[in-house]
Design a protein around this ligand. Structure first.
Ligand code: FES
Ligand code: FES
Length: 155
């Protein structure tokens, strides 16, 4: 099948790629742009390890085609730090001890970040709802929720 060209904003910079029309967004990000923080866990929209922020919304990139982001803005965890400084949420994950093996962490941070972008002062229930699609086998979620609350408290 003939390849198609897509243009989109990736972590603030315009990029383009020639891709198979049925190539998943997850594979475009990992293979065409070498961003391996976007993890492949279940491949069927259940674990949240492949989460990215697409035009302000957290989405699972394993369930989307690369072609769907033409003209859009995609953010991975690499797009959160500025001038070598961690984003407040990334720092809070470290400070709260919310990272163990780290496999879920980029997706977890991006789901929480999408919430904070829309709602800077979320409740604990809203945080739980925002990360409900991100599975973590290590932390028991308590420290992750504490990390997001730390950002709220530090503002
Ligand atoms: S790999 Fe996409 S949700 Fe699990
Ligand atoms: S820190 Fe290991 S899966 Fe979440």
């Amino acid at each position: 099948m003939q390849k198609i060209k897509i243009n989109f904003k990736l972590n603030g910079s315009m990029v383009s790629a020639e891709i198979h029309p049925r190539k998943r967004l997850l594979d475009v990000i990992r293979e065409d742009f070498g961003i391996t923080s976007v993890k492949e866990g279940c491949s069927e929209g259940e674990c949240g390890a492949c989460t990215v922020i697409l035009d302000g919304e957290a989405v699972t990139s394993c369930c989307m085609l690369g072609a769907q982001v033409d003209g859009c803005s995609v953010i991975t965890v690499e797009g959160l730090s500025k001038n070598g400084e961690l984003d407040m949420l990334q720092q809070a994950f470290l400070d709260a001890g919310a990272v163990q093996c780290g496999f879920c962490t980029p997706g977890m941070i991006l789901s929480a970040k999408a919430l904070l972008m829309k709602k800077p002062n979320p409740t604990v229930d809203e945080i739980k709802m925002a990360i409900a699609g991100n599975l973590c086998r290590c932390t028991g979620y308590k420290k992750i929720i504490e990390a997001v609350m730390l950002v709220v408290q530090r503002k």
